[in-house]
Design a protein around this ligand. Sequence first.
Ligand SMILES: [Zn+2]
Length: 123
Amino acid sequence: MKSANEKFCRECGSLISVRAEICPKCGVRQMDPNTSISVTKDGTLWLPVPSMILGMMMFLTFFDDSGWDSDTIIGCAFFAILGLVLGIVSVSTQRKGKGMAVTGILLSTLSLIALLGLFVAQG
Ligand SMILES: [Zn+2]
């Protein structure tokens, strides 16, 4: 019989403690939908997602051959730096969205290098 402080393992079906994070029988982590603590502990998507979007925006801007004056370059550099900072903060503080944050960092860095090249070329 299943008592109040016991539950069935989601993997092997063994009767285990409700508070068990990992099944002692099969070693599978229990992801109870009622425990939202782990979700908030993982971190937020508000760091990696904007980082990736900013990085992608800046990267795609280079396929647009509209005129590059120094104001445009400085404006884009600002967004690229923002994307870079958000990505770095995300990677260093949380695991959630790490792939997106890394993408954001890479694209922002590439964009910054390209912007620097454009800025130098402008004289
Ligand atoms: Zn199990």
